[in-house]
Ligand binder design. Structure first.
Ligand code: NAD
Length: 491
């Protein structure tokens, strides 16, 4: 199949109470594609009045939706998954146009994973078992779960459809109504989804409002008429959102930034075989799928006795990464998501150089030909330095890999944990002791061992430290969207 930029309408509305609406003040913002900086479409620049309207629609819908049976909700979520799957190529092209990432990722990972998340939550709500305990012959303790009501969900631009699926699927499955604010950089997928699933859900159950963080996100997170705020984005934004939600004592889940260590021990070089190839892919590919992944393995730690041999292979593999038209299935790395992001990443490369980091490969912007010359591309870059440098400590969120060495297990653990973040980590070894003990010692919510960058719906995902709290995926997620009620029944 040949992929290309899909056709967008000139402008889109907010999706409120089951229909698309123009903004009440008529104000729109332009959304450009980072691939070539061309205008894709206009979206409402929503303010508090629109946000209130969406919240009211959700509140009006919540009682009836909360009373639907588990079977009904499960069937609807299954249909949503089917709709996304049936439109997989269209979703993938829309995401690539909107976000800039390579089509091979959106076709093979982002959209199929979103389908799987809807199916997973459609299934687990039917598989749950209740809990009743007989305390004595006359008394039973019964635990039941109730929906929270209306949940505010604010998501970032790096996986527009998948982050939506991670939040919307468990919230709807648990019987809540949703008001979702997508990132202003990537408003397309949520809009496209609402167009296709709007009639599967009663009006008001799923609402999408577009706009900027301080104008649309803040009134949403601050509202006393929502019952929970679920956020994915930068740590500093998460801190603001917690302040807004705290005024109403609303619960929050926070999926925030990361600076994940990827640790390679000497034993990986014991045999020159397929496993070593897997290690090289594990060091390179997941750092350079634009690098705009919260768990990107952006700190590469290599045991010093294998450093020279391993880094040579890592550099060779990095230099073989094919950049080019993101709609070409052979392209491995596409555009950065926006001009701002492009500038920020380039400035970090300069900071690294000023700090004394050695540029092992890359080190600047990448100019492509034709229309793509206006897009936002950066060479995959490797900087050698030490863990105290800013490029090792701050989330760059781009294709910049910071590499350093370590002597032994103790130093590997010390460097891995010497960060404000604790989202993801990778450990690569053939030593049975290290296989278990090193991941145990790393303070992160997800440690991949001899693999990386896999996000199955049934594995809990979330952060330690400044990477947030609460978990997504896994059936435990359902309880982030429910109240627990205990009934003590005496008879
Ligand atoms: P961001 O924090 O700038 O924006 C995220 C969302 O918050 C957007 O919808 C934005 O409009 C909104 N927002 C911004 N300011 C706001 C405010 N004052 N009030 C309310 N809403 C506001 O993050 P981003 O740049 O879109 O995304 C990148 C970040 O997301 C990175 O830090 C990345 O690590 C993180 N991320 C984390 C996970 C995870 O699961 N932990 C997943 C993906 C991305």
């Amino acid at each position: 199949m040949n992929y290309s930029k899909p056709k967008f309408k000139e402008k889109y509305g907010n999706f409120i109470n089951g229909k698309f609406e123009a903004p009440d003040d008529g104000e729109y913002f332009d959304n450009h594609s980072p691939i070539d900086n061309m205008l894709l479409a206009k979206y409402p620049r929503s303010k508090e009045s629109v946000v209130k309207k969406a919240i009211e629609a959700a509140n009006n819908a919540k009682d009836a939706w909360g009373k639907t049976s588990v079977g009904e909700r499960s069937a609807i979520l299954m249909k949503i998954a089917d709709v996304i799957e049936a439109n997989l190529n269209e979703f993938a092209q829309m995401e690539t146009a909107d976000n800039g990432k390579a089509i091979r990722e959106t076709v093979n990972a982002d959209v199929p994973l979103a389908v799987d998340h809807f199916r997973y939550f459609a299934s687990v709500i039917r598989a749950e078992e209740g809990s009743a305990t007989e305390l004595n012959e006359n008394t039973v303790s019964l635990i039941i779960r109730e929906p929270l009501g209306v949940v505010a969900q604010i998501i970032p631009w790096n996986f527009p459809l998948l982050m939506l699926a991670w939040k919307v699927a468990p919230a709807l499955a648990s019987g809540n109504c949703v008001v979702l604010k997508p990132a202003e950089q990537t408003p397309a997928s949520a809009t496209f989804l609402a167009e296709r699933i709007g009639d599967l859900l009663p009006p008001g159950v799923f609402n999408v409002i577009h706009g900027f963080g301080p104008e649309a996100g803040k009134p949403l997170a601050s509202s006393g008429k929502v019952d929970k705020v679920a956020f994915t984005g930068e740590t500093t934004t998460g801190q603001l959102i917690m302040q807004y939600a705290s005024k109403n004592l609303n619960p929050v889940t926070m999926e925030l930034g990361g600076k994940s260590p990827n640790v390679f021990f000497s034993s990986i070089m014991d045999h020159d075989d397929d496993f070593l190839d897997k290690c090289i892919e594990g060091a390179v590919l997941f750092a350079f799928n634009q690098g705009e992944v919260c768990t990107a393995p952006s700190r590469l730690l290599i045991q010093e006795d294998i450093y020279d041999a391993f880094i040579e292979k890592v550099i060779a593999r990095t230099e073989a990464i094919k950049m080019g038209d993101p709609f070409d299935m052979n392209t491995m790395m596409g555009a950065q998501a926006s001009n701002d992001q492009h500038e920020k990443i380039l400035s970090y490369i300069e900071i690294g150089k000023e700090e004394g980091a050695e540029v092992l490969t890359g080190g600047g912007a990448k100019k492509l030909d034709g229309d793509l010359s206006n897009g936002f591309y950066i060479q995959p870059t490797i900087l050698k330095g030490h863990n105290k440098m800013r490029v090792f400590q701050e989330e760059i969120f781009g294709p910049v890999l910071a590499v350093c060495t370590f002597k032994d297990e103790a130093e590997a653990i010390e460097i891995a944990n010497d960060t404000l973040y604790g989202l993801g980590a990778g450990v690569w070894t053939r030593d049975a002791h290290q296989l278990y003990q090193i991941p145990r010692a790393i303070k992160a919510g997800r440690v991949w061992v001899n693999c990386y960058h896999d996000y199955p719906a049934h594995a809990p995902f979330g952060g330690y430290k400044k990477s947030g709290f609460g978990r997504e995926n896994h059936l435990m997620m359902l309880n982030h969207y429910r109240q627990t009620k205990n009934m003590l029944i005496s008879y």
